[in-house]
Each structure stands twice: as C-alpha cells, then as structure tokens.
Design a protein around this ligand. Structure first.
Ligand code: SF4
Length: 468
C-alpha cells in the first residue's frame, strides 16, 4: 500500500543554528525554511554544517554503505540551438567539429559498458533540429533489442522542450505536448530522465547564462510529466558563477516543492531520486571570461556586495537592474563553498533520497570529503565525459579507485542500480579495491579538452537588456 506524503512542518521562529532545530531536521521532523537555509549557507561554521548534514545522511542511509554506479555518459550530438554562455561543448551544425554519433557507434559504446558490468547509460546531447522523432525511437528500440539489461537514463528537460518545438506534437498545453512525446520515447525504451540543464532556476540568472534554453517552469514541467508517467528523475544545480547565494536556496526550494507535488499527486509512481550540485567550470567558456569578483579595491570594501547577491531573492524574482554589474562579475566556488552548498542541500531537501558527490569537477579527494558533508553516492565510474571536460579539468575514476575512496572515508562501497537498489556490497576480500596490488596503475585520470571558446553570443552585460 502506498503511504500518503506528509511534508514535515516548518519552524521559522527558530534561529538556523539552533541545535534543537537542527536535531529535528536531522530526524526528519522539521523542514528548514528558505531563510534558515540561506542563514546556514552564509553563517554556519564549515565543520558544524558538515556534521549536521552528515547526521541527516546517516538518518536516511545508515552508517555503513555508500554507493556508486557503473554507467557511461554518452553525448550523442554536440549540435545545439542554444547558446549557453557557460558551455564549451556546443557547436553549430556547420562547424568543422560538429558531430552526431551514428547508431553503430552508439551501440558499440553501450557494448563496451556492458562488457565491464555497467548497468546504465546517461545519454544527453545538444538540441539538434536535424534529428526527427523517428531517429530517437529507432535508437531506443535498437538499444533495448541489443541490451535489454541496460537502463536508459536519457534526454534532459531542455532537450524535451526542444523536442516539442522540433516535432510539433498535438496538445493544448505544454504538459500535453510533452506527454505525447514522452510516452512514445518511453514505449521505445526510455527508462528515466536525467536532471541536466537545471543550472540555476531564478529568472535573472537564467536569462543571462542559458541563452535559448528553457526556463525553470518548463524544466520543472518536463519532470512533472515524467513523474506522472512513473519515471524517476534527478535534479541538478550548477553554481559559483553570477548567481547570489539566495538563488541557490530558491533553486533547492523549487525542487523540494515539486518533489512534494510528485509524492502527493503520484504516490508510488515517479519522483526525483537524487540531487547533484557542482561548481561552474570556466575554461573555454564565454561566461568564464568575465572578471572575477574581488580583484579591485572597491570590491574588497567591507560593505561591497557581490552583484548576484544584490539581485538574488529567496523567491527567485530579483530584478537584474538592482546592481549595474550583475552578470558582469563571476564568483567562482572553491572546495569549501562547494561543501557548504552541498551540506545545505542535504538539510534542505528532506524529501530527496540521495545527494551525489561531485568528484568529476572537484577532484576525487574533495569528492571523498563530500561523503562527510551529506553526500551518500559517488555517482558514476566514468567511461567518458565530454560536456564538463570541455569547460575545465575533470577526472575519470575506475571502480577500484571509487571503492577505495569510499572505504577510506569510513564506509563500505556498494554498486547500485539506477533506483539505488544495491547490486554488490563490497565487504569481502574480493572487493575491487582490495584486489589491487599496484595502485600506480589505478590513478585518477584527468580529462581536459583545451579548445578555443566560441565568441560570446551576446554581450554579458545588463545594458544588453534582458537576454532571452
Ligand atoms: S549547455 Fe547544453 S543546451 Fe546549453 S549550449 Fe551547451 S549543449 Fe546546448
């Protein structure tokens, strides 16, 4: 029998650092308000924040096991109609290095994954108007015919919104049109939907960085339709660029609200399984060419306010004109800012099961530390990565290294599937990491593609007007 979802109550009268409040949050008895979430992000001592997030993670997942998955990230095309300013991956169709992978290449990649015991593909691409619906249907059917055991986690919400534009399906509302497309893709073999393209939901930030990409409502509507159809999804956030800290909390709040909606309206059906956040990688991107905040004297003054913080509100309705430098200054997030943000996400998102560590961009050891800051999943043994590695240094870890990182953090590593059921718990001597004699052959590989950034599609300034 499915239980009825009752979100925990808010207790906004308490100070965010009140131990009684945080104990109740850890127990799942009280929900943090957005103001308390922001207060924690800005004011809580780093290790205190980590301890509360870790305690919450242990309440949900226990003290023993932390997980990873073996999957392959396949980017089937880099042709894209959008011009996100943080993206070094996209190409125009007539660029010399534009590509769309053919079916044989895609099947070969999946075969290689299957051969090493992988269970899932994460397949996303640019938004390529040259590919008709039948191209996707045939691809999905072909995958399921050849690899019925491989879970297909594919097509992020911005791709779905462009499917609606490209395929012009029948329907009166966006949700109707999405449902028409999604049902067909699901019948052909699509199993679940990844949370790519979340970035930051608040309108002023999204309008600056996600040029040609869907807005927050459309993104959330895609996921709502997926949940209604019984599919699991994930949510993501990319921070550490032009946004204010309140924007991050607003982003988490929208995920939490729409998760409540999924759990209430579609009990026992689809919902968000995981939340993963990571800092923006600047190399090779137009956005990364902005000047970093705090490099001139007036920006170092005690009363200087980062433009993103001046614009951001907890309701996501800030006015881009409230600071003349909004969208012109970057505030990159380092390791501690990443750990703080992730820890707050664990405490805010009381209705999300898993928080993923972001070692792909932060490096394996910060990913390992993240297991003490609310993360309970190390994500994927990566066979390839293209989108983020086009924008900066990223890392590639094999299964023994991931298992070792988890074990050295004090947990038993376990391979999971896409719904977080455990496939193999590695507590015996035959565990992948315990079989290794020579670790010099198992170093984390650095991936980095040095390319020339395409020119910024619009001037990144307030005077350029509302970028849409
Ligand atoms: S981030 Fe995705 S949607 Fe945006 S330009 Fe790059 S490939 Fe296109």
């Amino acid at each position: 029998m499915t239980s009825i979802h009752h979100p925990p109550p808010l207790r906004p009268e308490f100070d965010a650092l009140d131990p009684g409040l945080l104990e109740a949050v850890v127990a799942g008895e009280v929900r943090l308000s957005v103001a308390q979430g922001l207060d924690l992000l800005e004011r809580a001592p780093l290790h205190t924040l980590g301890r509360w997030a870790d305690a919450r993670a242990r309440t949900i997942h226990g003290d023993r096991i932390r997980t990873y998955i073996i999957d392959r990230n396949i980017n089937y095309t880099n042709v894209c109609t959008a011009k996100c300013t943080f993206c070094a991956f996209r190409r125009d169709a007539d660029d010399h290095d534009a590509y769309t992978l053919d079916y044989d290449t895609l099947f070969q990649k999946i075969r290689e994954l299957s051969d090493i015991g992988g269970t899932q593909i994460l397949m996303q691409g640019g938004m390529n108007p040259a590919l008709p619906l039948d191209w996707y249907l045939e691809l999905l059917r072909g995958i399921k015919e050849r690899f019925p055991h491989i879970h297909v986690h594919a097509f992020s919400p911005p791709e779905f919104i462009e499917f609606v534009h490209f395929f012009n399906p029948p329907g009166d509302t966006l949700a109707d049109k999405l449902r028409w497309v999604m049902v067909r893709l699901k019948d052909a073999g699509l199993d679940s939907i990844p949370g790519g393209g979340g970035e930051i939901f608040s309108h002023p930030v999204r309008r600056k960085i996600g040029l040609g990409k869907c807005d927050a409502e459309a993104w959330l509507t895609v996921m709502c339709v997926a949940h209604e159809l019984g599919m699991f999804t994930s949510a993501t956030m990319m921070f550490g660029h032009i946004e204010g800290r309140a924007d991050r909390i607003h982003h988490m709040e929208l995920v939490r609200q729409w998760q409540d909606k999924a759990l209430t309206e579609f009990p026992g059906a689809g919902h968000y399984k995981a939340f993963i956040s990571w800092p923006f990688q600047r190399e090779n991107t137009p956005l990364g060419r902005l000047r970093e905040w705090g490099h001139i004297e007036e920006e170092l003054a005690p009363d200087a306010v980062f433009p993103g913080d001046a614009v951001a509100t907890l309701a996501g309705d800030g006015d881009a004109k409230s600071h003349p430098e909004f969208g012109r200054r970057l505030r990159m997030a380092g390791a501690t800012e990443y750990l703080r943000t992730q820890a707050v996400s664990r405490l805010m998102l009381d209705n999300i099961y898993s928080i993923g560590a972001s070692w792909v961009t932060m490096g394996p050891h910060i990913g390992q530390v993240a297991l003490g800051f609310g993360a309970t999943d190390m994500g994927s043994v990566m066979m390839e990565e293209n989108v983020v590695s086009a924008a900066g240094t990223t890392y590639c870890l094999n299964e023994p290294v991931i298992c070792r990182l988890i074990r050295e953090a004090g947990f038993i590593p376990a391979q999971r599937d896409n719904v977080y059921d455990l496939l193999k718990v590695h507590h015996g001597p035959n565990s992948p990491d315990l079989l290794v004699d020579d670790w010099s052959k198992h170093r984390a590989k650095k991936l980095h593609v040095q390319t020339e950034a395409k020119p910024a599609p619009v001037e990144l300034s307030v005077t350029a007007g509302a970028v849409s």
